[in-house]
Design a binder for this molecule. Structure first.
Ligand code: XMP
Length: 315
């Protein structure tokens, strides 16, 4: 049985023995990186700098939320707005693995720059077991290159520390609860962010569409669960598809984008079952998306695929 208190005490000790200089943590504000930051902060205090990179692919209001989390945890932190750099690096890129490689490499470039300026020697990442298993760890096939694994160059100047490497999501949540972190129940959000929820080129305009659609899905599902219409799914979001379809807008022909709604139940992200969102909630989501994004989106579909054969994100 996984014992969070024992894990916390043992990893603080190991981290104190391993980290001799100053370290940087890639801080996204998700459960994994926040737990990781809390552990390393307990181990080495102010020698840790939490760096949040705003890639431009974060959810609505996420930048303020992440800043608040870093401040409330008393972390020594830096906030880097790199959105222009990311959009320009992803111009004309449509292949999902290529997107992941570019995003991952850019993260490392930015971290190395910060490390040089601030004289940091270690890079701490909140990598968990499914990240490296699905990235082709050991003898396995590559399902997708998780950014915190796939972006690492062969010869990285920073020394890598991954305290949660052998854990699964449910175990990381147990650590978060034990550490009394406010984010313990936050739904997972992928490191490459909304870029992998836009199929095809991740332009600024398409990012705005999926950002708003994700916000609507999150708000309506959370409202429905507060009203007791459904239990909160494990993960729930919107995906922008790379196809257009015909519709009507007023009394005119429209040829617009398609949004897919994805909501899943899982324990460790290795498998999932699609969630049963009540039809009246689906109706509200669909109407709100097409009313709000009517200039571009004229169709909403609901993903009823389990993992396997699907994955949770569409890419
Ligand atoms: P898939 O799509 O592989 O997703 O079924 C499994 C879980 O992992 C999240 N995910 C990521 N998390 N870095 C992360 O930290 C990544 O690159 C990444 N890609 C997917 C996904 O949202 C789901 O919860």
């Amino acid at each position: 049985m996984f014992n969070p208190e024992q894990f916390i005490n043992e990893s603080i000790q190991t981290l104190q023995e391993t980290i001799k200089g100053r370290a940087l943590i890639a801080f996204s504000g998700g459960v994994d990186s926040t737990v990781c930051a809390a552990l390393v902060n307990k181990a080495i205090g102010d020698r840790l700098i939490a760096v949040h990179v705003d890639t431009g692919f974060m959810r609505k209001h996420e930048a303020e939320q992440v800043k608040n989390i870093m401040e409330s945890m008393g972390l020594n932190h830096r906030f880097i707005d790199a959105s222009k750099e990311y959009f320009s690096a992803l111009q004309n890129v449509t292949d999902p693995e290529e997107k992941r490689r570019i995003i991952g490499k850019k993260f490392i470039d930015i971290f190395e720059r910060v490390a040089q300026t601030e004289k940091l020697t270690y890079l701490v990442q909140g990598t968990i077991a499914p990240d490296w298993i699905e990235s082709g760890g050991e003898l396995r096939d590559t399902i997708k290159s998780h950014h915190n694994v796939g972006g690492l160059p062969d010869k990285m100047k920073l020394k890598l520390i991954e305290p949660l490497r052998d854990l699964y999501k449910d175990e990381v949540r147990k650590l978060a609860r034990s550490l009394r972190l406010s984010i313990s129940e936050r739904q997972p959000f992928p490191g490459p962010g909304l870029a992998i929820r836009i199929l095809g080129e991740a332009t600024k305009d398409r990012t705005e569409i999926v950002r708003e659609a994700c916000y609507i899905v999150e708000q309506e599902i959370e409202k429905a669960s507060e009203q007791g219409k459904m239990t909160l799914p494990w993960q729930y979001f919107a995906v922008l598809l790379p196809v257009k379809s015909v519709g009507v807008h007023g009394d005119k022909r429209a040829y617009g984008d398609v949004i897919a709604v994805r909501a899943v139940e899982s324990i460790d992200a290795m498998t999932c079952a699609f969630s049963n969102i009540p039809s009246d909630v689906i109706d509200i989501i669909s109407n709100r998306i097409t009313n709000t994004l009517g200039d571009s989106v004229n169709r909403v579909v609901y993903d009823v695929t389990n993992k396997p054969p699907g994955t949770i994100e569409w890419e």
